[in-house]
Write a protein that binds this ligand. Structure first.
Ligand code: SAM
Length: 375
C-alpha cells in the first residue's frame, strides 16, 4: 500500500517476478484461475497483492505436478485458508524431496554394485532410469533447459514439409516446431506438468509402446531423450512405425577418442564413460530407422543447458542449478560429482584450466559427438 492506495503490478512485471511467460498469465486470466483485479487507464491487466498471493499458490501447486483444473479446485476451496495452503504445500514438497533422496540412494546402490562387478536385474534398473529418473529430477529442468534456436532450426529443417509431428520424450517441449500440428508423448508426470499452458497436447506414454496407428504422423522427432529409454532400438522402431519421417537428436557414444576431447569428461568426470556401457552405438540407432547421421556443432553460447552446452563457459559447471538440470550429474552419483566440481573449481582459480584449454577460446562451435539422425 502506498499512501493508502494499493499498488498494482503490470502483467510484464508479474511475469518477470514469477518466472513465467506473459502468455501463461493471459491464459490463467482467460480460464479464471488468476484474474487481475484491476486494469490500468490504458486497459492493461494490473495485479494486486491478493492476486499475487493467489498466483504464488497456483505456481507452487503447478510445480508439484497438479493439473490446472485440480489447482482451481484447491485454491478455491473455501475450507482452506492461507496457512492450511502453506502447510499442504510444505507436506507435498517434503514428499517430493523424500522421493528424490530415495532415488539418489538407489542410484548410489546401483553404482556401488557396478563398481563391484554385480549387475542389477532389468526390473531394478527400470526403477532408476527413464521416466522414473525424471519424476525425481524433472522439477529442476526448466531453470536452464530451453530452446537453442540454431539447433532447433536444424531439427525443423530436417522435418521437411511434415505438417503433423509427433514429439517423443517431449519434456517441456523446447524443440516443438511452432508452425506445425504437434502431438507430444512424455511418460513423466513432473515433466508434463511443466509444459507451458499453450504447449501442444501431450499423451502420457513411452517411446517403446506408442499408442498410435501405423503411419499416423508425417514425422516423429526425439530430442535428447533416446539415451533415457529402457529400449532405444524398440522406441526408434516405434517412431518409424507411426511416422513417415524420423528425426532424432542424440549423442554418439561409440567414439571414445572424441569423448577424450571434451575436457569435462576427460579431466574431471571419467565416470561418464560408465554410463555409456549399455548404450547402443550410433550405427545401431541409425540402422533401426534406416537413416543417416549428421554432426551438430555446439555453439559456444548454447542457450539450452544440456551436458556439453558450457564447453567454453567452464564456471557454469560449478553452479548447482546448471548441474541439477542435467541427468548425468545424478547418474554419476554425489561422490563423483563433488570431486569433479571441486577439482574444476581449483583449476579455474589456479589458471590450470585456462592453460590446458587455451585452444577453446578461438572456437565458436565445438564437435562434441552430438548427432542428428534423419530417416
Ligand atoms: C533430457 S529430457 C529431454 C526433453 C525434451 N525432449 C527437451 O529436449 O527438452 C529427456 C526426457 O525423456 C523422457 N523419457 C524417459 N524415458 C522415456 C521413454 N521410455 N519414452 C519416452 N520418453 C522418455 C524423460 O521423462 C524426459 O522428459
Amino acid at each position: 500500500m502506498v499512501g493508502g492506495v494499493e499498488e498494482h503490478l503490470t502483467v510484464g512485471r508479474v511475469a518477470e517476478l514469477a518466472g513465467v511467460s506473459v502468455r501463461t498469465l493471459h491464459h490463467y486470466d482467460e480460464i479464471a484461475l488468476v484474474e487481475p483485479s484491476a486494469r490500468t487507464a490504458a486497459g492493461y491487466r494490473a495485479y494486486s497483492s491478493g492476486d499475487l498471493e493467489r498466483l504464488r499458490k497456483v505456481l507452487a501447486y503447478r510445480r508439484l505436478g497438479f493439473g490446472l483444473r485440480e489447482i482451481a479446485d484447491l485454491v478455491d476451496d473455501p475450507a482452506t485458508d492461507a496457512v492450511a495452503h502453506l502447510r499442504r504445500l510444505r507436506g507435498l514438497l517434503l514428499d517430493q524431496r523424500d522421493r528424490a533422496a530415495a532415488m539418489v540412494t538407489a542410484l548410489d546402490r546401483e553404482l556401488e554394485a557396478r563398481a563391484m562387478g554385480i549387475r542389477t536385474t532389468p526390473e531394478e534398473q527400470l526403477q532408476l532410469f527413464g521416466a522414473q529418473l525424471y519424476e525425481a529430477i524433472g522439477s529442476a529442468y526448466p531453470a536452464t533447459r530451453r530452446t537453442e534456436p540454431r539447433i532447433a532450426e536444424r531439427v525443423w529443417d530436417a522435418l521437411g514439409d511434415a505438417r503433423t509431428v509427433l514429439n517423443v520424450g517431449a519434456g517441456t517441449g523446447s524443440y516443438e516446431p511452432p508452425d506445425r500440428d504437434v502431438t507430444a508423448v512424455e511418460p513423466s508426470a513432473v515433466m508434463r506438468a511443466q509444459r507451458p499452458a499453450d504447449a501442444a497436447p501431450c499423451v502420457a506414454a513411452s517411446a517403446e509402446s506408442l499408442p498410435f496407428e501405423d503411419q499416423s504422423f508425417d514425422a516423429a522427432m526425439a530430442f535428447s531423450t533416446v539415451h533415457h529409454w529402457r529400449d532405444p532400438i524398440a522406441g526408434l522402431r516405434e517412431m518409424r512405425r507411426v511416422a513417415r519421417r524420423v528425426v532424432v537428436f542424440t549423442y554418439d557414444a561409440s567414439d571414445i577418442d572424441r569423448r577424450q576431447r571434451f575436457w569435462l569428461t576427460r579431466d574431471y568426470l571419467p565416470e561418464f564413460a560408465d554410463l555409456l556401457v549399455d548404450w547402443p552405438s550410433l550405427a545401431d540407432l541409425t540402422r533401426a530407422i534406416g537413416g543417416r547421421a549428421e554432426p551438430v556443432l555446439i555453439p559456444w553460447d548454447c542457450a539450452d543447458g544440456f551436458f556439453e552446452a558450457y564447453w567454453r563457459r567452464p564456471e557454469a559447471y560449478l553452479d548447482e542449478e546448471v548441474r541439477r538440470a542435467v541427468s548425468v550429474w545424478t547418474r554419476v552419483g554425489p561422490g563423483a560429482e563433488r570431486r569433479a566440481v571441486s577439482r574444476l573449481g581449483d583449476d579455474l582459480s589456479s589458471g590450470r584450466w585456462a592453460e590446458r584449454n587455451r585452444d577453446l577460446v578461438a572456437l565458436d562451435a565445438a564437435e562434441l559427438g552430438l548427432r542428428l539422425i534423419v530417416a
